[in-house]
Write a protein that binds this ligand. Structure first.
Ligand SMILES: Cc1cc2nc3c(=O)[nH]c(=O)nc-3n(C[C@H](O)[C@H](O)[C@H](O)COP(=O)(O)OP(=O)(O)OC[C@H]3O[C@@H](n4cnc5c(N)ncnc54)[C@H](O)[C@@H]3O)c2cc1C
Length: 429
């Protein structure tokens, strides 16, 4: 049996960062590192696991990336929304100019008259209060239902922060008349790796500074009393402190000693799931866009992105690529082949793909844990679970260990904080 003072479960960005700052070994279930920020290559095309861009201002993350030598390019965002058979620039709130006049007037009028409702009690009420009924009902509510797979009335809004752009009246007014003003929101410019490895280049570079990485080590049982992790490959590893970045519900499932109250709390944690339908196209520059949002229900995907516009190295020369993201609920996963055919049909319908375009390759990637849902039970359930984990010397970390809406830079910082916590505890002991 291997023995370590600290081990890290999961080799995504949080696990990698925890290892970079503590030198503890990583045990990762898959045959490569990166987690949801990894990329997959097929027939010379590299696809991320859903669109990934870096929009960090955090100096410690920027310094780390410089240190490990990730070569990145800065891009000016070209993002759109497809609604009422029209492509309008993102964000919708300041770019309604191409839409039917009645809709523009409604969005503007409701924006002016917003904020008269009582304090919002849920995400839908928050939308009405923040951007008005017109924008909410035309874009954000249908988009949210399609993306989160949950009625926004069931959600809280504590996660919104700067994730939903909040324009002023002048920007909305100008956008309804003529402007293509798109410089609001968190990512008017963003960075993306130059390498053929796509966004996965970040994890690959972090790997060089991390401790030992053990791949194809899927934890299947944690014996908390004896502090031993059992893996599906038959190996067992003894630890003193465990940093876990695996999804909280999975972690609790593999701890037989977890009391019923903890299992009950874990059963309340909800997530959406996403299938990413990727197509390599044997045609150059099929679109100048980075990404497009699709709020309308008759289109299968909620978002399209064009990897060839993020880096010229992620497709073979002279070719293009498309990634279509489709949310689904885990109780009803779509069949990959049927989904692929539906996505191709919809791509042609929205004029994102010509009917005779030569498809060079296809790949469907499943992300069972995609975005953690902020509903009314999330906060109290997490508190109960985290308190218990602390009592058994397990440090939860990362997007799915903390069950939160972290961007990749926040996942890195979370791993770093876990390493710091560990080092402080060791110093105090
Ligand atoms: C669709 C999508 C789009 C996104 N877009 C962006 C974006 O544009 N910009 C941005 O900054 N961020 C984006 N993010 C967020 C970013 O990807 C995450 O914050 C970050 O990658 C999370 O890293 P993590 O290490 O916390 O989790 P993960 O990447 O999930 O890492 C957890 C690891 O644990 C492993 N694991 C699971 N179970 C076990 C087990 N039993 N034993 C051992 N290992 C196990 C998994 O294989 C995985 O490698 C996006 C996320 C998604 C889902």
């Amino acid at each position: 049996m291997l023995e370590n003072s600290t081990i890290i479960l999961g080799g995504g960005l949080a696990g990698l960062a925890a290892s970079v700052y503590s030198e503890a070994p990583i045990f990762e279930a898959e045959d490569h590192i990166g987690g949801v920020a990894a990329s997959d290559t097929v027939d010379g095309f590299t696809f991320d696991r859903g669109i990934h861009i870096l929009q960090t201002q955090n100096t410690s993350v920027i310094n780390l990336l410089n240190d490990i030598g990730v070569d990145m390019l800065t891009h000016d965002r070209h993002a759109y929304i497809y609604s009422h058979e029209t492509y309008t620039a993102y964000p919708f709130q300041v770019n309604t100019a191409g839409l039917p006049i009645g809709l523009r007037i409604k969005c503007l009028w409701d924006f002016i008259n917003r904020g008269r409702e009582q304090d919002p009690a849920n995400y839908e009420e928050w939308m009405y209060r923040t951007i008005g009924k017109g924008f909410s009902e035309t874009f954000l509510i249908p988009y949210s239902e399609k993306f989160w797979m949950v009625n926004p009335k069931e959600m809280t809004f504590e996660w919104t922060g700067n994730r939903v752009p909040k324009p002023n009246l002048l920007q909305v007014f100008r956008g309804a008349l003529w402007s293509k003003q798109t410089k609001i929101g968190t990512n008017p410019t963003f960075r993306y790796p130059v390498a053929a490895a796509g966004y996965g280049a970040i994890a690959e570079a972090m790997q060089t500074k991390a401790g030992t990485i053990n791949l194809q080590y899927r934890a299947e049982r944690i014996d908390l009393r004896n502090k031993v992790v059992h893996f599906t490959n038959g190996e067992q590893v003894k630890y003193d402190t465990l940093i876990s970045t695996i999804p909280l519900p999975e972690l609790i499932r593999i701890c037989p000693e977890a009391p019923d109250s903890i299992r009950a709390a874990a059963s309340h944690l909800r997530t959406n799931s996403i299938k990413v339908v990727n197509l390599g196209i044997d045609r150059p520059n099929i679109s100048p866009n980075h990404w497009v949002h699709f709020p309308e229900k008759d289109i299968s995907f909620f978002r399209l992105s064009y990897p060839h516009n993020f880096s010229e190295n992620v497709t073979p020369p002279g070719m293009s690529s498309i990634s279509a993201e489709v949310s689904y609920s885990r109780s009803n996963p779509p069949d990959n082949e049927q989904l692929l055919q539906k996505v191709i049909k919809d791509l042609i319908k929205v004029k994102a793909l010509e009917a005779d375009a030569p498809v060079a390759t296809t790949m469907v990637k499943d992300i069972p844990y995609a975005y953690c849902i902020y509903d009314k039970q999330r906060k109290s359930s997490i508190k109960v679970i985290h308190d218990w984990l602390s009592s058994v010397n397990v440090i939860p970390s990362g997007r799915y260990g903390l069950w939160t809406y972290f961007w990749s830079d926040e996942a890195i910082l979370s791993g770093k904080r876990s390493a710091e916590k560990l080092l402080e505890t060791r110093k105090a002991a």
